[in-house]
Write a protein that binds this ligand. Structure first.
Ligand code: C5P
Length: 239
């Protein structure tokens, strides 16, 4: 997509270098079959097809041989694999941001999205971009906590009911200015970072929560695949 002068680009960065050990399969979960395709294709296709996303970087394990075998025909030259995944998700994101440095300006937006969230929709992306367009920092898709929350001891006994007001479940994409995100990750204890927003929060900035959809959940356990397939059929017309 052609850029207007001085308009920041929107670049997606997809960490996909995990082993997915909680899936209990030898195949990393990003390549598990889902609705007739490897799981990773769903979110990557959605991001590549979105008219306001200019480029899509995918961070892969250095020895990955499955990515090249996927069907990327609809992605054109927007798609760019980076074989620089790290020990943790945050390390993969940081390595990817460094590797993509020449293609991104400090003011550009980076949308970090888990490969393991295949049910992302174009409407989710539209909402995020619209909500953050005037922000200097960025924010993330999230959904308010609906269940009652309990804090337990090591024996699984309830110690306390935790008030759920103002509690949200963080999703992805998490969208930040490139300079804000790379500086936050540089300063953070990477091993302790579970999402981009937590690193940005530690700098004193306040990422904005943007209402997401419950369908944009992370595939973590084998039973999540059946649920993701239903969501894809229902909302994306995929079977
Ligand atoms: O394991 P988890 O579900 O938290 O992974 C979230 C995303 O981060 C997945 O897309 C996974 O492939 C990616 N990841 C990564 N590098 C790692 C671990 C996870 O890119 N070392």
């Amino acid at each position: 997509m052609d850029q207007m002068p001085n308009q920041p680009k929107h670049v997606a960065l997809i960490p996909a270098a995990g082993s997915g050990s909680r899936m209990g399969s030898a195949t990393p979960k990003q390549y598990a079959p889902l609705a007739g395709r490897p799981l990773i294709e769903h979110a990557v296709h959605t991001l590549c097809r979105h008219p306001r996303i200019d480029q899509v970087f995918v961070v892969l394990a250095p020895g990955d041989r499955d990515f090249a075998a996927c069907d990327w025909r609809c992605c054109g030259d927007k798609l760019m694999p980076l074989y620089c995944g790290g020990e943790t998700r945050a390390a993969s994101v940081f390595n990817g941001l460094l590797a993509a440095n020449d293609a991104i300006d400090g003011n550009d937006w980076v949308l970090v999205h888990d490969a393991a969230r295949p049910c992302l929709t174009a409407a989710d992306i539209d909402r995020l971009l619209a909500a953050l367009k005037d922000s200097e920092v960025g924010g993330l898709l999230a959904v308010p906590v609906a269940d009652t929350l309990k804090r337990a001891n090591a024996e699984g006994e309830v110690l306390q009911t935790v008030a759920r007001e103002q509690l949200w479940r963080a999703q992805t994409p998490q969208m930040f200015r490139y300079r804000v995100l790379i500086e936050a990750l540089r300063r953070a204890d990477i091993a302790a970072v579970t999402d981009e927003a937590s690193a940005v929060e530690q700098t004193g900035a306040r990422p904005l929560l943007v209402g997401g959809s419950t369908g944009n959940f992370k595939v973590t356990y084998p039973e999540d695949l059946a649920l993701a397939e239903l969501v894809l059929q229902q909302f994306h017309g995929k079977r």
